[in-house]
Write a protein that binds this ligand. Structure first.
Ligand code: BG6
Length: 485
């Protein structure tokens, strides 16, 4: 049972807070999921912002929530539990004392410090929380990506937080783990015999994980150009999805056991270094193209300067253990792609011997397709006889579990889920420090090899499926990507 808690949101007027965090908390309030007495305490950089804050978040919530979700009366009652405060994170002054006074009214209450700020201020925030006596045994800190630029900077960030918070109280967020279908992947795997017995190199031909986006830079040039698709999406979201697909069954669904199994997967990833990087990865950068019949500029035009940052990446990865021996995991993500979708496709091996003549048509490979967005669904693609015809003819049919249909009033909200988990002190869907380290240990050599001139990003047209080399990566293995139109 969730107890009333204090949710201190550093960076309370930032983009993430306005787009996702405050709307997520409002959803929780409207659903009756916030216990009576819960307080939301956004920290802001000046006194004027405090005065304007409630109007500002109301406008933002109206914009970012679905139309049917915003209700003026529910918002008004939600607004009464928001207590914005003025704090300069970099300076320990009387504002911190005021925050302490506010919080110490409820010294034994659950307390979440959410750092929705650049990592450069994590250390100051934690230090000042400590010096103000705010890190009680009921306190935990939630930190947002990017957790570093490479293994070394990640280590620095993690160490600076660890000076003040114990590992059990550090909640590293990856919002992909809060998505319902991602958690359902675990239920699908570990609560269903049919899948658990068909989940290895004997039965599976390959696995594809795609996060394809249509957006471009979205005004985040300074962050994105320093990061690129590998750091922004693969190091975290895609590797986490890979872990959930590939991990062994934890003997219990506890945070500790789940995270230990995920870590083993990361540590079993076959390293890609030096020359193997060119053969197994494709880097791309979008050039001008057309999307929905509209011309869109290329990455360099949006950026306004030369850059070798990739906006697309495709990787052929292998997990060196007996379950996954020789099964390629094809990973792919890109901006300004043809369609927005995120999907995990498990492609099964063909039947050992084809009994039907060619006239019956070519059976398609069986696929289990787990769609995370735009809608959440799980499908199985199978072959079936065309009913009613005398001659046997095979056609693909789809077993479709469409959650949007089944759960009509359900609005999936990964951030809401994760904020409530943090409040309930459940770290199962958060990342352990060892996972961050293991992920960077695999990513760093790829970045290093990409510094070679022959590994510059290849151009791809905005509105396409990425560089041609991405299709060739799979074609060279006799396979192809599964795209949606
Ligand atoms: C973020 C990345 O972590 O995830 C963004 O920084 C990306 O670049 C976003 O657009 C995608 O999240 P979602 O949930 O919209 O797929």
């Amino acid at each position: 049972m969730l107890e009333a808690f204090d949710f201190v949101l550093f960076g309370g007027a930032g983009d993430l807070a306005l787009r996702k965090l405050i709307p997520g908390l409002f959803r929780a309030h409207r659903n009756g999921e916030l216990p009576e007495g819960t307080r939301i305490i956004p920290t802001l950089r000046n006194a004027q912002m405090v005065l304007e804050y409630k109007d500002k978040v109301r406008d933002a919530a109206q914009k970012h929530l679905n139309k049917d979700e915003f209700e003026a009366t529910a918002w008004d009652s939600f607004a009464t539990i928001i207590f914005p405060v003025f704090i300069d994170i970099s300076k320990l002054d009387d504002k911190w004392a005021a925050l302490a006074e506010l919080l110490n009214n409820g010294e034994n209450r659950q307390r979440v410090f959410y750092l929705s700020t650049p990592p450069s201020v994590f250390s100051d925030a934690c230090k000042h929380l400590h010096e103000s006596g705010l890190i009680t045994k009921y306190a935990r800190v939630v930190v947002e990506k990017p957790l570093g630029y490479d293994a070394k900077t990640a280590e620095e960030i993690n160490s600076s937080i660890a000076e003040y918070f114990k590992e059990e109280a550090i909640f590293r967020i990856d919002h992909y783990l809060g998505k319902e279908t991602v958690q359902n992947l675990l239920a699908l795997r570990f609560a269903n015999g049919i899948f658990e017995h068909l989940w290895d190199a004997r039965t599976i031909d390959n696995v594809q994980i795609t996060i394809s986006e249509t957006v471009g830079l979205e005004g985040r040039a300074s962050f994105y150009d320093g990061a690129g698709a590998l750091r922004d999406m693969v190091q975290n979201h895609i590797l986490q999805l890979l872990c959930l697909v590939a991990m062994e069954s934890p003997n219990k669904m506890t945070a500790e056991r789940i995270r230990a199994e995920k870590l083993k997967v990361l540590e079993s990833l076959r390293p890609l270094t030096g020359n193997t990087v060119k053969y197994n990865t494709v880097r791309g950068q979008y050039v001008a193209g057309q999307m929905d019949n509209t011309n869109v500029p290329g990455y360099l035009d949006e950026l306004g300067q030369p850059s070798n940052t990739e906006t697309f990446v495709a990787i052929r990865a292998h997990i060196d253990n007996s379950r996954w021996a020789n099964v390629p995991f094809y990973l792919r993500t890109g901006k300004r792609m043809k369609s927005r979708f995120a999907e995990i496709v498990i492609q099964y091996k063909d039947v050992a011997h084809r009994v039907y003549p060619e006239t019956a048509g070519n059976p398609v490979p069986n696929r289990l397709v787990i769609r995370l967005q735009p809608e959440e669904s799980i499908k199985i693609i199978m072959n079936s006889k065309d009913l009613g015809k005398h001659e046997t003819h095979l056609s693909p049919v789809v077993l479709n579990l469409n959650f949007a249909e089944t759960y009509k009033d359900f609005h999936s909200d990964a951030y809401k889920r994760l904020m409530l988990d943090a409040a309930a002190n459940d770290p199962s869907l958060f990342i352990h420090r060892a996972e961050v380290d293991a992920a960077w240990a695999w990513i760093d050599p790829i970045i290093e090899a990409w510094q070679r001139p022959e590994n510059k990003p290849l151009g791809y047209m905005a509105g396409s499926w990425g560089p041609i080399a991405s299709a060739q990566l799979l074609a060279s293995d006799g396979r192809n990507w599964f795209n949606i139109e």
